[in-house]
Design a binder for this molecule. Sequence first.
Ligand SMILES: [Zn+2]
Length: 435
Amino acid sequence: MEYWNAYTETLPREKLNRIEFNWFKELFNYAKSHSPLYKDKLKGIDVGDLRTFDDIKKVPFTYKEELRKWQENVEPFPYGGLLGVPIEEISTFRQTSGTTGKPVYVPESYESWQWRIEAWCHILWMAGFRPRHRLFLPFGYNIYVAFWEAHYAAEKLGCEVIPGGALDTKGRVKKIIELKANAMAGTPTYTLNIAQEAVEMGIDPKSLHIERILGAGEPLPEATRKRIEETYGCKMFDHIGSTETCGFAGMCEAQHGLHIIEPFFIVELLDRETLSKEVAEGEQGVIVVTPLGRRSFPVIRFNTNDIAVKGPSTCDCGRTSQKMLEIVGRVDDIRKIRGVLFSPKTVEQIIRSEFPDIAEYEIVVTREGIMDEITLRIELNASIGKEAAEAAAKRLREQHKIKTNLSCKTVVEPIGTLPRYDLKAKRFKDMRGDH
Ligand SMILES: [Zn+2]
């Protein structure tokens, strides 16, 4: 069976749009009558104003800041005005990670959670996860959504799931070997950390026989994806999602961009200047997501602040859903340095594709007088001598200049100096006050 849902995944565009538009109107009505946030937000607009698919753009965006505001000191605790069903129907508590401020508490009813899991099954199935896989999840999932979704969705499609929490990295390597796990999901950073730990234990990561890995929680540049594939001798797939929206796009076996999970989601890619029109294929747009089937926490036109390149809606795999070719990064991460637009992702791409001996790095931007300075702090693998390290640093400065048109300093740090991350690595530090 090639598709998780052979009917919806191969529908022609007109039918997808028709289904999505009808579901959008249903959600609009539901949210307006059940969610205090949307009762207020949608006051000035009526469902009758939505005549064609493009009229969706008349509906205002929802921002993360609003979700926080509607939750603070609003009853019922702790969900406040985001709740779309009576609180008795809530069966699971989840929350956002809070990396950008106060966390948002997410109410999931059993029904809404099952909707989320069904959407996630598309992501896993598309990435080739099957009942033959014994899937190791190397995290304690705690109160966050991501790995719970992977856990339940993998169970639903028939994988055997191993929750790998409450172990250190060494313990996880041993457990993978002991149980002959053959699949994994994890952040790209931690996936590389596991491989490094294995090497330090004298184990070749290829001998773990991990067949495929799903990346989660961080952007996955092509160079990093390929590096992980080579390290483990496996196939690696990307997906994108957030706590507020659920996972809304995933990578298929063609490994060229991410398919939007239609018709579960309407995903708009809007021009960065005005946020008013859909960009053309090949252009960068801000990702705006509407999950169409969730009642306990309705969210309409959520502005993710992420930027993606719009792809085609055809693919070698036969799916007809719209694709995003590349996730460029967060709007907040793209900065002007000496008048040039700079994305930290470019540095990751350089390091992961051309510097296999750089184990960890950090980008620091400071202002010296009136001049912005970029410093790349790097840590090299223990086997690299001082001279080779300095040569690598020099080559990195040259590559950085070529790829970004900005010069930078480099500092070679002793091994173990830079922080290691399991979830959501923060390797970009802008120390200028007024960027
Ligand atoms: Zn495809």
